[in-house]
Design a protein around this ligand. Sequence first.
Ligand SMILES: C[S@@+](CC[C@H](N)C(=O)[O-])C[C@H]1O[C@@H](n2cnc3c(N)ncnc32)[C@H](O)[C@@H]1O
Length: 251
Amino acid sequence: MATPSLEEKRAWAEQFFEKTGASYDQVVDQTTFRIDRLWKKKILSKIPPSSQKILDLACGTGILTFAIAKKFPNARIVGVDLTKGYLDIARKKAEANRIDRVTFVHSPAEDFLSDDRFDACVTSYLPKYADLDRLIPNLSQTLAPGGVLIFHDFTYPTNRFLQWTFEAYFKLLPPIGGWRWPEWKETLYELPVVIRKTRWIEELTAAMQREGFKEIRVESLTMQGSALVTGRKREWRPIRDKPSPSKCRDK
Ligand SMILES: C[S@@+](CC[C@H](N)C(=O)[O-])C[C@H]1O[C@@H](n2cnc3c(N)ncnc32)[C@H](O)[C@@H]1O
């Protein structure tokens, strides 16, 4: 199967998220039977406890961003997203809950650069839409030495029985979900196509290796329904003084 082009990925993202912000939190919770909450907990558990600056890419309406803010009461958090409608909802939540340690930035994740150096960068449901060859080198500059990268997204199962379960689930979900949330109908039909087609784990791990990330790990979650890829940016190494040439070789 051909790898989707950047234009294809961007078109999916724009088409999927244009009109769906208002019902997003409810849809993600109910269509995953709340398994999304477990996945978010797993992401949180991978963030180093000492983190002071945390970046949430494709933060959407801020579900993960605010969970991070709750678990890390002294950290500053930046959420970045492509879709203004989603960010507007996230900003309203921050205002309503008087959370001022969180900043939201309207930008494609691939173009986000900052003078800050982040201790952790997390993302949930971005990798299948992202240009990872462009994103990872940029992120590598944005992360502090030793900073961790935690990427999460859906996966198409490799196990035959789980593939059958995936196909059965996505036969039922679009008509039922599309009836319940009409603005999601098209997205729910297209989502399994994107998940079958994406090669995000291979693309991401290759890009991380090229950038010199260490401790790259892939963890499959809940019946191969999604996966978590983690890695650590290498630490600075002090440049050692050049050994001075021996002066006493020739007498
Ligand atoms: C399914 S939502 C996930 C939101 C949030 N991470 C969560 O887990 O609830 C996917 C989000 O990815 C954003 N997105 C897709 N492609 C993007 C890109 N290239 N750069 C930034 N955001 C992107 C969409 O705007 C949308 O808000």
